[in-house]
Design a protein around this ligand. Structure first.
Ligand code: FMN
Length: 436
């Protein structure tokens, strides 16, 4: 039901289309009440749609196409899809007589392609590359999927037609999230488990407060700094820190932000839903060397199996710290941000894997001369919330020594076991659960 509106609302008449709250169900009205077009758009605008380009060839063999948000699957047996072209469309009447069309599902970085096809006429294919589908319709480069159809039926539907297509062939293309259209704007799908990382910091800060006694105890016992980070959007934010000994020695790094980019952040991602994992993997970028995604997936599996992620090599950590210190976090145009991203992307995909060794020629390997490339530098373990997403990641920094071994300066404790126990305690205090 629509929200209550003031009597002066120009759409007030349209409100009669819906019975008042609590009113008994009325008999069907003999005549459907008029619905104000603006109100119709406003209400229907609450429903997001995907964005597809329907393409085909005209009678001269020239490509034609239009952007549609009305594409949907209609039937599995037989395989039918549908969309609704407007009677005013100039491209659909060119395609329809040929009796074949292809539906191109756009990726979230193809807003410009959508805009090119959402204009009337002109050569929409001028700046685009495409290839022919099995039935000869254009498949646009870079789409996330395509569905090649024969025209099955056209049914009138008010000022639009309902077009049914019989699926002849279909395939997924590039691995990317789809473009989404909502209330006049373009956006992308954000899996709920990632959305949990996109809210404000309140939950994470409360959790960090809960974790503080554990963090302080660990820092003192192991002689290493223990920090808590939260993933917020495309960044990881350091929300709490406990240092061994005199905590006033180091300037606090609370508030420091690092891009949440592969290969960093595996402790947040390793237990996340497949969709959330994919969204993070996508952040590796399209220019990532071949095999990067598979190697990152292997790292996530390693982290899940071991129950923790690591960071190795003293040199790289120092470098990152220096770069972050030189970058203005409040100025998105500071070139330092790009330098930080490049440095992260240059890390090997296995950088946080507890079982990997540094690949030759990588940033982590640059420490190899003094034997510090393999040196354990950080250990990270997630704290899980009630819905099984990682609310926080606890990280021990400066735990030198072999993996799983005792921490020098500590009293013989295994830092991995100690950190996992601390994270499990905080998870239990939250009523959280670790996903299977
Ligand atoms: C996100 C989005 C969704 C659209 N959905 C449809 C649709 O479902 N049906 C339609 O006929 N037009 C739709 N349009 C509008 C057409 O793309 C637009 O009218 C275009 O100019 C038609 O081109 P044509 O005249 O070359 O056919 C949509 C536009 C956008 C931006």
């Amino acid at each position: 039901m629509h929200p209550p509106r003031p009597a002066s609302d120009p759409n007030a008449a349209a409100a009669t289309a819906t019975p008042a709250a609590g009113a008994p169900a009325a008999a069907p009205a003999p005549e459907a009440p008029a619905v104000d077009p603006a109100w119709f758009r406003r209400v229907l605008g609450t429903f997001p749609t995907g964005v597809a380009i329907v393409t085909g060839l005209d009678a001269d063999g020239a490509p034609a196409g239009l952007a549609v948000g009305s594409f949907t699957s209609a039937s599995l047996d037989p395989p039918l899809v549908a969309f609704f072209p407007d009677h005013r469309s100039s491209s659909w009447p060119k395609i329809a007589p040929i009796g074949r069309f292809c539906v191109n599902i756009l990726g979230d970085d193809q807003e410009a392609v959508c805009r090119a096809f959402a204009v009337r006429g002109g050569d929409k294919f001028a700046d685009l590359s495409w290839r022919s589908s099995p039935l000869g319709s254009p498949i646009l480069d870079g789409v996330v999927a395509w569905i090649d159809c024969e025209l099955e039926a056209i049914h009138p539907a008010g000022d639009h037609d309902l077009v049914l297509g019989r699926v002849h062939a279909l395939d997924v293309g590039r691995s990317a999230l789809p473009l989404v259209f909502f209330q006049g704007g373009y956006g992308r799908f954000s899996p709920l488990s990632l959305a949990a990382w996109e809210g404000d910091l309140a939950v994470q800060l409360r959790t960090a407060d809960l974790a503080r006694p554990q963090m302080e105890e660990l820092a003192a016992r192991l002689g290493a700094e223990c920090v808590a980070s939260a993933a917020v959007g495309d960044e990881m934010v350091l929300v709490a820190s406990a240092s061994p000994g005199s905590s006033g020695q180091l300037p606090t790094r609370v508030g420091q932000r690092i891009p949440f980019l592969p290969p960093l952040g595996t402790a947040f991602v390793a237990w996340a839903s497949p969709l959330a994992r994919r969204a993070w993997l996508e952040r590796a970028g399209r220019d990532a060397p071949p095999g990067t995604i598979a190697a990152l997936e292997a790292t996530l599996a390693d982290v899940r199996a071991a129950g923790y992620a690591v960071g190795r090599g003293r040199g790289w950590h120092g470098e990152l710290r220096t770069m972050l210190a030189k970058t203005d976090p409040t100025d998105p145009t500071d070139p330092g941000h790009d330098a930080v991203r490049r440095a992260i992307r240059a890390l090997p995909p296995s950088y946080e894997s507890p079982s990997a060794t540094a690949a030759p020629g990588t940033a982590a390997d640059a420490d190899a001369a003094d034997g510090s490339a393999q040196e354990l530098r950080t250990i990270s373990v997630p704290v899980f919330g009630r819905d099984g997403t990682s609310v926080l990641v606890l990280t021990l920094i400066g735990v030198h020594g072999p993996l799983g071994g005792p921490a020098p300066g500590g009293d013989g404790d295994d830092p991995v076991a100690a950190l996992r126990a601390a994270a499990a305690t905080v998870t239990a205090a939250l009523g959280g659960v670790q996903p299977d």
